[in-house]
Each structure stands twice: as structure tokens, then as C-alpha cells.
Design a protein around this ligand. Structure first.
Ligand SMILES: Nc1nc2c(c(=O)[nH]1)N[C@H]1C(S)=C(S)[C@@H](COP(=O)(O)O)O[C@H]1N2
Ligand SMILES: [Mo]
Length: 202
């Protein structure tokens, strides 16, 4: 069934390479769909900052200028949306969460990303450190467009893309896991595309 659907979308047979890189139940798209639960915020860079907040209230903050001086990485990665589209070889630039969470990793087991507009999403700390996740502020060599989360978004390519919070403004460390926005509406707490963890109970 899945195969017939994805062949319909692409109009050709899946290559072995594609079959290897495409998680179960996903189809490949060249487009970059926009999925937002509400209106696109437009926070000016002069009003933007990024915070890391420990459970005891200790915090660290960078304004846009300070954020731009942090070590940057270029990331080329596949992304997978729970609505079943996947996109290969997307190119981003951003700051590793290892850099942003330095000195805070021992303060919790989970994080809640928070955003302009009120969106939140939860992640285990173990998943966001170790060179796997970034706060990205460019896409395809250009400043990240507002509809895709600019000025900056979380990039968590190894989990479904709802974990990649757009318009992110900070990370709150948690001692216990708590559901974020979509997780409250029944999406999976973890969201591994390779195990098809779309909804609670998957
Ligand atoms: N702040 C915020 N971040 C968000 C969302 C949202 O509604 N608000 N949607 C999520 C979902 S469900 C997906 S699939 C991706 C979509 O990112 P895109 O619009 O750049 O494709 O953003 C995620 N991050
Ligand atoms: Mo999504």
C-alpha cells in the first residue's frame, strides 16, 4: 500500500538508495512544505534572544549579535515529517546544542523548546547533545525564511520534524518528561521515524 502511494507521488520506482534512506510510511518530496499550527511570528532581530533555563532558574542568554559569534556548523541532512513527506539532503547552518547547553547538561533529563507564538516540544537531553541537533538560522545558504522558522529554528533531523521547533527562543531543562504542543494532542512523546512513532501508543 505504502509503495503504491509513494510511487504515485513520484511516478517512478524507488531506488535502493531511496529505500534505504526513506523511513517506513514516508514518501519523498523535492518541495519544502510549510506546516505551522498558527500564524507566522515576525520577531525583529533587535528583539530576538535565545535562553537556556535550568530547573532552579539559573539561565544563560544570547542576543542575536552574540549568537552570531558562536561556533557554526553546516549540516546536510534528510528530514521526515509525520504527515509522511521526507526531503533528502537539506542544507542548514547553525549552532550545535552542545555549545548552547554547555554547563547545563547535568541540570535535567529532558528539555522543552519554547518559541515565539507559544509552540513547545519536548526532547530527551541525550537526544539533543552529541552533535545531533542545532539551532539553525540559514537554509540553502540564505537566512532562514520566516515561514520555515526564521530567524532561527531547532533542527532535530533524527526525529519527526514536529520536534524541529520553528521561531525557537530557548530551551527549558526538565527533570521529568512533559508533553509539548503536539504531544499534548496525541503525538508520540519521542517521535522516531524509523520506528514509526507517530502517535501515542505507536
Ligand atoms: N513554532 C512552531 N514550530 C513548528 C511547528 C509549528 O506549528 N510551530 N510545526 C512543526 C511541524 S508539525 C513540522 S512538520 C515542521 C514543519 O516545518 P516547515 O514548515 O519548515 O516545513 O515544523 C515544526 N515546528
Ligand atoms: Mo509535521
Amino acid at each position: 500500500m505504502t509503495n503504491i502511494i509513494s510511487r504515485g507521488f513520484r511516478g517512478r520506482r524507488q531506488s535502493p538508495e531511496e529505500a534505504r534512506r526513506l523511513p517506513p510510511g514516508q514518501y519523498l518530496t523535492e518541495r519544502f512544505p510549510v506546516l505551522s499550527a498558527g500564524p507566522t511570528p515576525h520577531t525583529p532581530l533587535t528583539a530576538w534572544d535565545f535562553s537556556v533555563v535550568a530547573p532552579n532558574g539559573r539561565s544563560k542568554q544570547w542576543n542575536w549579535q552574540e549568537f552570531q559569534t558562536l561556533p557554526r556548523e553546516t549540516i546536510t541532512t534528510d528530514i521526515h515529517c509525520v504527515t509522511r513527506w521526507s526531503k533528502f539532503d537539506t542544507v542548514w547552518e547553525g549552532v550545535s546544542l552542545d555549545t548552547l547547553l554547555a554547563g547545563f547538561v547535568e541540570d535535567g533529563q529532558f528539555i522543552m523548546a519554547f518559541c515565539d507564538g507559544g509552540y513547545t516540544t519536548n526532547l530527551p537531553i541525550a537526544d539533543v547533545i552529541g552533535g545531533k541537533t542545532w539551532i539553525a538560522d540559514t537554509y540553502d545558504g540564505q537566512p532562514l525564511e520566516a515561514e520555515h522558522g526564521g530567524p532561527a529554528r531547532l533542527l532535530v533531523p533524527h526525529l519527526y520534524f514536529w520536534k524541529s521547533a520553528k521561531w525557537v527562543r530557548g530551551l527549558r531543562l526538565l527533570t521529568r518528561d512533559e508533553p509539548g504542543f503536539w504531544e499534548n494532542y496525541g503525538y508520540h512523546m519521542y517521535g522516531d521515524p524509523w520506528r514509526e512513532q507517530r502517535y501515542q501508543g505507536d
